[in-house]
Design a protein around this ligand. Structure first.
Ligand code: FAD
Length: 461
């Protein structure tokens, strides 16, 4: 073990949030070093050739805009303007996401975005050390122990440490073991498997490009998001155990039988289905809640390390990117008083992180089950009508989460009030055309508007 090296700002983890945070801090003149356990993903092979994507929405875009990277990032995205539901009999139904096509989600390659942000960090003078895994920390003193690829240990001492090392954060683990942080980790009984829908022979998308395709089947589902190269990344969500469980899929015949019965129209789209199923790992999904997120002004957990959530609202990365925007605002307002900045950061972000964690869990039930239910589709159609009839006083919870900067905790609160309004408006009607618009206006004005006013929230986004 060599002598301890002194650093100014250290970020543990050079994933999506760590690399954006590095840009934010470097732009504020701090010498930043990132320690990342993986090899440099820009050298290829990061995901074994698989192309894995995720959706970027308004909160994430704003964080990129703040550091001047949004325009270049847009070239890496495919706009997704709604959901395409696939029934077992092959029938398809499309639901637009937003009020118009400008309200859309942006599908982007995880590896491509990570490489883009690492390049941006390096361009701003950030020192990124790959193959360096955090194995121990005395965070109160800023002392960190790493292991390199050859399992050689080295130690550093940092003025400020950020833990951006993801859901299984080693920094959070060290703080928990030291009794500084309390955490709860709730794993879902479902796992996921990434599969591929390649482009057709002409390099074109095989199904509607600008949609999130969903095959909702009650306790399980398949979904697919487009990539810029004409392919889709499909993700299969199944319980680990039971009749439709991963544990029953021991051979290629079992996989084909599942697809034949539950997703028959997807089989023709996936020529490599069985091979990919057994070659790709099964991922796990969970919610991490912890507190405090900080050790004085010395260490801060950020992104998934502080608040990992299940992926069903597509907000994990977006929430981590919004963390970076909030931190940038606080650093600009309070300079280098990290004690005050970290305290205020946690005070502001913790309620929002808890709210999006709850909403993401609720959305799992909606996506795999309710999107195929006629009464649910009627509610969505009525809600869409409310958004069109009264755009300044009604926006769906989905829209507030995806297309606004309204705090997640307020979106969750407003969503509960909206559920009650929709219960009343949908009772006894069979079509959105039968909506009593005057009554709807009264309900919105008396139940929702006072809440939004009290929370100082406007819907003119
Ligand atoms: P990570 O991306 O996990 O990065 C952590 C980094 O730290 C990694 O590079 C890792 O190698 C490194 N690291 C870990 N341990 C150590 C260590 N001991 N020492 C050094 N380095 C270490 N979010 C969205 O916003 N939209 C979506 O559509 C979406 N879809 C998703 C779909 C799935 C199936 C899943 C699982 C997640 C999805 N998410 C989505 C969530 C999103 O992936 C995460 O919220 C996001 O990656 C968090 O970024 P992060 O940088 O905090 O953590």
């Amino acid at each position: 073990m060599g002598p301890r090296r002194e650093q100014d700002v250290v970020i543990v983890g050079g994933g999506l949030v760590g690399s954006l945070l590095a840009v934010v801090l470097a732009e504020r003149g701090r010498p930043v070093t990132v320690f990342e356990r993986r090899a440099d993903p820009r050298r290829g092979g990061a995901e074994g050739g698989r192309s894995i994507n995720l959706v970027l929405t308004r909160r994430g875009v704003r964080a990129l805009e703040r550091v001047g990277l949004a325009t270049r990032a847009m070239a890496l995205t495919v706009p997704v303007t709604g959901r395409m539901m696939h029934a077992v009999d092959g029938e398809r139904a499309y639901q637009p996401y937003g009020r118009d096509a400008s309200e859309c989600n942006l599908s982007i390659s995880r590896a491509g975005l990570n490489a883009f942000l690492l390049d941006a960090a390096v361009e701003r003078g950030v020192d990124v050390r790959f193959g360096a895994r955090l194995v121990g920390a005395d965070a109160g003193r800023g002392r960190l122990s790493f292991e390199d690829d050859a399992s050689a240990r080295f130690e550093i001492e940092a003025r400020v440490v950020f833990g951006a090392d993801g859901a299984g954060s080693a920094l959070r683990g060290a703080l928990r073991d030291a009794g500084t942080v309390e955490e709860s980790v709730d794993m879902l009984p479902h796992g996921y498997k990434e599969l591929e829908i390649p482009p057709d022979d002409r390099g074109a998308f095989r199904i509607e490009a600008h949609a999130l395709h969903i095959w909702p089947r009650g306790s399980f589902m398949l979904m697919a998001l487009p990539n810029v190269d004409g392919s889709f990344t499909a993700t299969l969500y199944l319980p680990y155990q039971g009749a439709r469980g991963f544990d029953r899929l021991a051979d290629p015949d079992g996989v084909r039988a599942l697809f034949r019965s539950a997703f028959p129209d997807a089989i023709a789209l996936m020529p490599d289905l069985e091979r990919a199923f057994f070659a790709n790992p099964t991922g796990s999904l969970g919610t991490v809640r912890c507190r405090p997120w900080r050790v004085g002004g010395r260490a801060l957990l950020i992104g998934d390390a502080a608040h990992a959530i299940v992926p069903f609202f597509g907000q994990g990365m977006n929430t981590g990117f919004e963390d970076c925007s909030v931190l940038a605002d606080l650093l600009d307002a309070r300079g280098n008083d990290f004690d005050a900045v970290f305290a205020e950061f946690e005070r502001r972000r913790k309620p929002d992180a808890d709210a999006i964690a709850d909403m993401a869990l609720e959305n799992f039930v909606e996506m795999r089950d309710r999107v195929a239910d006629d009464r649910f589709l009627l509610r969505k159609a009525v809600e869409h009508r409310l958004e069109v009839e009264m755009p300044r006083s009604y926006r769906s919870r989905y829209s507030m989460v995806m297309y606004s900067h309204i705090p997640f905790a307020v979106a969750r609160e407003a969503g509960r009030v909206q559920e009650g309004i929709l219960d009343d408006l949908c009772a006894g009607i069979e079509s959105p055309d039968a909506l009593d618009v005057e009554r709807a206006r009264r309900l919105v004005d008396t139940r929702l508007t006072p809440l939004l006013r009290a929370r100082n929230v406007r819907l003119d986004y």
